[in-house]
Design a protein around this ligand. Structure first.
Ligand code: SF4
Ligand code: MG
Length: 335
């Protein structure tokens, strides 16, 4: 398969008065062409920071990519100038955010906003731009596109506004769409419609998608592969099937138990107890130790780096290491 994006050993830190926050601590993942990859984790786990790093939208200062590479078609975006990035953002890689209202300008018509990006980046006549804008509104399922083009954001419902935002993101036909919590601000029925829309758009355009969410339920249907982040690291990675049906990290298992399931009525949800570690001075070993009911002595001492369970499935957890078995206490491992 064609890899369009490969992130290697990415580190992002923010300097604050209180010290340096190590928000992303050595993240590796890739994305194939036409694929949907979900990045899942609680707020503060580094998933949005990772997305912003790909777009080179980390505010510097206080933020900085301190290590690693982000290869897009084998060109390392971390070496790009702001000018080079401007020619990529919205054209080759587009991003959409949680709140569709703040993404739109309330004083401009939808048509103007749709055509703006197109005319900025392409030599295109007014008529062609309009035709393209109408096509996009049609693609994202907005009825009466001719009339809608002349309207302002407040004349659209929340779900319709998010459709407009998606249309704007896709109008220059980017190869990669990064969607950061795109359905969180919407109610459940609209959420489902927007997720279906992503599938439809992918089938129609072949765009690759990175979908960022705190809610594993959201990705159950549409992700091809899932990476789970915790405390600035990817702690489990696999195909949708592997992560949903054979989750190996206790944190992933915990996330799955806290997802509401439509097929199991009245089932009690179990939130994960405790809080993630402080990222000013993150633990060198497993960051989940304090919340993990399987924690062993070795977990507090050595980081459990990538146990490969299949070609596509890997986990950072000592439970997968033969040397850490049996789980008698204390467990000693010779590293
Ligand atoms: Fe729990 Fe240890 Fe696995 Fe960390 S490495 S998740 S503490 S069992
Ligand atoms: Mg890892």
């Amino acid at each position: 398969m064609d890899k369009i994006l490969e992130v290697r050993d990415l580190h992002v830190a923010f300097t604050t008065y209180g010290g340096t926050v190590k928000a992303v601590r050595g993240v590796d993942f890739y994305l194939n062409k036409g694929e949907t990859l979900a990045i899942v984790g609680e707020s503060g786990c580094g998933k949005s920071v990772t997305a912003n790093a790909i777009m080179r939208l980390i505010p510097d200062p206080p933020g900085k990519i301190t290590n690693g590479s982000i290869s897009f078609h084998e060109k390392d975006l971390t070496t790009f100038t702001e000018k080079q990035m401007r020619s990529i953002r919205g054209v080759d890689i587009s991003m959409i955010f949680q709140d569709p209202m703040t993404a739109l300008n309330p004083t401009l018509t939808i048509g103007t906003q749709l055509m703006e990006g197109l005319r900025q980046h392409q030599a295109i006549s007014g008529n062609d731009a309009k035709r393209r804008a109408l096509e996009m509104l049609d693609l994202v399922g907005i009825p009466n596109p001719e009339e809608r083009l002349k309207q302002y954001p407040h004349q659209f419902s929340g779900g319709m506004r998010q459709r407009v935002v998606i249309a704007i993101a896709l109008i220059c036909e980017p190869e990669l769409l990064i969607a950061d919590e795109p359905t969180t601000a919407l109610d459940v029925t609209i959420q489902a419609q927007i997720l279906e829309l992503f599938e439809k758009i992918q089938a129609a355009t072949g765009v690759s998608i990175i979908l960022i969410t705190h809610d594993l339920g959201v990705v159950a249907k549409i992700a091809d592969r899932i990476v789970v982040m915790y405390a600035g690291k990817i702690i489990e990675e696999g195909t949708r099937r592997e992560v949903f049906y054979q989750p190996k990290h206790p944190y992933t298992q915990g996330l799955l138990m806290s997802v509401p399931r439509l097929d199991v009525k009245g089932e009690a949800l179990t939130p994960i107890e405790g809080t993630p570690p402080d990222l000013f001075s993150p633990p060198k070993a497993c960051p989940f130790t304090a919340r993990c009911s399987f924690a062993m002595e070795v977990c507090e001492k050595v980081y459990p780096e990538n146990y490969q369970l299949s070609d596509t499935h890997s986990v950072d957890c000592w439970l997968q290491d033969e040397r850490a078995k049996p789980f008698s206490d204390p467990v000693t491992v010779n590293i």
